[in-house]
Design a protein around this ligand. Structure first.
Ligand SMILES: [Zn+2]
Length: 472
């Protein structure tokens, strides 16, 4: 398989250190608020990568952190404490906020068919490990104390900017509007490993350390959680592209300084989801969450399908119109599968099966080209293979794509069958009249017809997938 590596800026053959096994690390969410769908795009694409590696027969162990301490609003260790901000906003304790938004994150992931990593570690459960690694960095001369805090000294490294040359603008982290620069730093790029002089008097979570009572900086958690669970060498580290600097750059600096050798071979970065007015963020414009998609009548898996139709290394523009287009394509796709679920089972055509599976495999094997993988799904449907072969392929592909294609088609077939059989003609006639009324924008009449339908014991609902009729 070929995978683009942010370290070398090119596609490389993916070769795990240990034959047949892959160690994979993902930066998890900072649990002070809901994830927006831009954050979730990264997790969807990482999920595809993990599942594709498994599809090819590799044994993957994946680890993720949960940031519940130490992440400030500026990635340059300044600004407000995100967790504290969340707690104040909702008049709860930091741990209550962490619990609530951790659960919300995994609920969103479940709706998007994102598998939970094998190991999930909240940062607050690894404080001793952070202190141990920071102590080693101090002993080795890679860290210093200034103004009560412990900093990593980036000038001690031969090469700090591992992901390539960064512009002055990229390096201005921490000197954004309203955020003061940290005068304790010896070098502009140095970063906090441990805070003892907190500027937040009401900092809730604090621990004893050799340098005084305090709390860890944000970056140290990922290095420690990865090394503790996956060992001294890591095959793939994933994250959103905005984490490449400073977060991942700092992870590499401290891990390699600690280990004394190279740490991670492949860096997989997912690009931004933009809105038509720029990069998506929690503070700007509509706060786009999975719940909002559902409130507006969208199936979360349509959003997953929308993401799969473009490459992870390209920015993707989200708009409601673009999502509506995805709804139309997704419904058409499911409609094509519906008749297959009605055919009697037959023998699998092995030659066709292998040929079609190979083109799917090659699409994803070429740097996770998901849109070509979706094309491979259409190729299956267009092929001359019998229904049994097609369904077997779709189920196989879906172990990676995670779209519930066959399940949805079967449910649709069943609903169509039962509605025709069980719903009285009188109700169906009223539903048709109501559709016409809605089309003419005669909503008063539409409401009247809805009430008549209800009086007959049925509920009619418009969804993005069409008109639904259910028995009350
Ligand atoms: Zn991280």
């Amino acid at each position: 398989m070929q995978l683009y590596n942010s370290l070398s800026h090119k596609k490389e053959d993916f070769i795990p250190r240990e034959a047949g096994k892959v160690s994979m690390y993902t930066c998890g969410p900072t649990v002070y608020h809901y994830a927006h769908i831009g954050n979730l795009r990264s997790y969807i694409m990482e999920d595809i990568l993990e599942k594709y590696l498994r599809f090819t027969g590799l044994d993957v162990k994946r680890v993720m952190n949960i940031t519940d301490v130490g992440h400030l609003t500026s990635d340059g260790d300044t600004g407000d404490d995100k967790m504290l901000k969340g707690a104040k906003r909702e008049h709860k304790t930091v741990m209550e906020i962490a619990k609530f938004y951790t659960d919300a994150f995994f609920a969103d992931c479940a709706k998007l068919n994102i598998k939970t990593p094998d190991v999930v570690v909240p940062a607050t459960t690894y404080i001793d490990e952070f202190i141990r690694v920071i102590s080693v960095l101090m002993e080795k001369g890679y860290a210093y104390e200034a103004g009560g805090n412990i900093y990593f000294d980036t000038s001690k490294l031969d090469k700090y900017y591992v992901f390539g040359d960064l512009s002055e603008e990229d390096l201005e982290v921490g000197v954004r509007e309203g955020v003061e620069a940290d005068g304790n730093k010896r070098n502009k790029a140095d970063f906090v490993l441990w805070f003892t002089k907190s500027k937040f008097d009401d900092q809730e979570l604090k621990w004893e350390s050799p340098w005084g009572v305090g709390y860890p900086g944000w970056h140290i958690e990922c290095s420690c959680i990865s090394m503790k669970n996956l060992g001294e060498y890591l095959d793939i580290h994933c994250g959103g592209i905005d984490n490449a600097f400073p977060h991942h750059t700092n992870e590499i600096a401290q891990s390699e300084a600690y280990l004394g050798h190279e740490w991670c071979n492949y860096w997989f970065h997912v690009h931004h989801l933009n809105t038509t007015s720029g990069k998506m963020s929690k503070s700007k414009g509509e706060f786009l969450t999975v719940s909002l998609l559902e409130e507006k009548g969208y199936d979360p898996l349509v959003y997953r399908f929308f993401c799969l139709n473009s490459h992870y290394r390209k920015s993707l523009v989200f708009s409601w119109d673009n999502l509506d287009n995805a709804v139309v394509s997704f419904n058409k796709l499911i409609d094509k599968i519906v008749p297959l679920t009605q055919e009697p089972a037959g023998e699998i055509d092995k030659a066709e099966y292998d040929r079609l599976r190979k083109s799917f495999d090659e699409a994803l094997g070429n740097d996770i080209n998901t849109s070509l993988a979706v094309t491979a799904v259409y190729d299956v449907l267009k092929s001359k293979a019998n229904a049994t072969t097609k369904l077997a392929l779709l189920n196989d592909f879906d172990t990676v794509l995670g779209l519930d294609m066959v399940k949805k088609a079967a449910a649709k077939a069943e609903a169509a069958g039962s509605s025709a059989a069980d719903i009285p003609a009188e109700v169906l006639e009223l539903v048709e009249q109501r559709k016409a009324a809605r089309k003419d924008k005669n909503f008063a009449l539409a409401d009247e017809l809805r009430d008549k339908i209800a009086a007959l014991g049925y509920e009619v609902k418009e969804t993005r997938q069409g008109t639904e009729i259910n028995k009350i």
